[in-house]
Write a protein that binds this ligand. Structure first.
Ligand code: PMP
Length: 297
């Protein structure tokens, strides 16, 4: 359950009970997927709570709204303050925040006239994705960047994610891997992808993906640990049978891939760079110091 009768959200200028908040059935957001949102994590840090990369997430939310030409006037600082207030009012520390910008009743296809901000949050209990995921190459491709602002986090884009994710599950896999419009590996339905080969970590270059905040954090970690990382275009065949692979995203964090189209990754996860990055990521979000083991240094 995402909320109960006591859950408080921020909605349209007020803190209200989630169970009592109402939205408009004539909204452009509902009919056309014309809404922008974020997925953000807060972690228990220093006896309180800390929102990981709050500024980056709210800058992206504002950028997404701007690309969609939605009127949206909150500053990043205001959005951060409101988010902490939602966490405080619900007494959450380890939580997931889901701000969404909705547009008003309007059946036309012109830009939104008014927007409403909701900030929803729920306690983070037991993760999001399966561990050790078996993924399959999807028959669905990511939306064409010539037709969408693919770098924006827009609700309508996620119809593509639902199709791909469900197709993978219907075929007995845990998750999908989508290609871009040119046939190169792009990303998962809700996460970015990396693989490791011969001590180098690869991830799809920007242009056809949602360039994740976790992806940027993983690159930051690689740079800190002197792990060579390449942002480039590559095929499924190049990735299949590599040393290790992982998905990463705010909700998923860093999650191991067991196989791609039933071809297993070579290394034991414990011996992979992926595992090192996974541990370093966990330390970063919890603001703990990461000690690099000698054997991988
Ligand atoms: N790609 C897609 C399609 C996503 O939905 C997400 C999750 N927001 C990501 C990548 C990862 O982005 P982030 O690390 O910013 O959560």
């Amino acid at each position: 359950m995402y909320y109960n009768e006591n859950t408080i959200i921020y909605f349209n200028g007020q803190f209200v009970k989630a169970a009592e908040a109402k939205t408009d059935l004539y909204s452009q957001s509902l009919h056309y997927g014309y809404a922008v949102f974020e997925g953000i994590r807060s972690y228990p840090v220093g006896g309180g709570t800390k929102i990981f990369k709050a500024k980056e997430h709210y800058d992206r939310l504002r950028h997404s709204a701007q690309l969609m030409k939605m009127p949206f006037h909150y500053s990043t600082e205001q959005l951060m303050e409101l988010s902490y207030e939602v966490l405080r009012k619900n007494n959450f520390t380890d939580a997931y925040l889901r701000p969404i910008v909705l547009c008003s009743a309007n059946m036309s296809l012109s830009k939104g006239k008014e927007s409403y901000l909701a900030i929803e949050a729920w306690e983070w209990t037991n993760g999001y994705l399966a561990n050790k995921m078996r993924i399959m190459t999807s028959s669905y491709r990511r939306p064409n960047p010539a037709g969408f602002h693919i770098e924006a986090k827009v609700s309508g884009h996620y119809v593509n994610s639902i199709l791909a994710c469900q197709e993978a599950k219907d075929n007995g896999f845990d998750e999908a891997l989508l290609l871009d419009n040119n046939g190169f590996v792009a990303e998962g339905p809700g996460a970015n992808v990396f693989y490791e080969k011969d001590g180098v970590v690869f991830t799809p270059a920007k242009g056809n993906i949602l360039p994740g905040i976790t992806r940027a954090t993983v690159i930051e970690i690689c740079n800190e640990l002197n792990i060579p990382v390449r942002e480039t275009f590559f095929t499924v065949e190049e990735m299949q049978g590599a040393d290790s692979g992982f998905y990463c995203g705010t909700a998923a964090e860093v999650v191991e891939l067991a196989s791609l189209d039933n071809v297993a990754f070579k290394l034991n996860w414990e011996d992979s760079l992926g595992a090192v990055i996974q541990k370093a990521y966990k330390c970063k979000v919890l603001e703990k110091e990461f000690q690099l083991q000698k054997e991988v240094a």
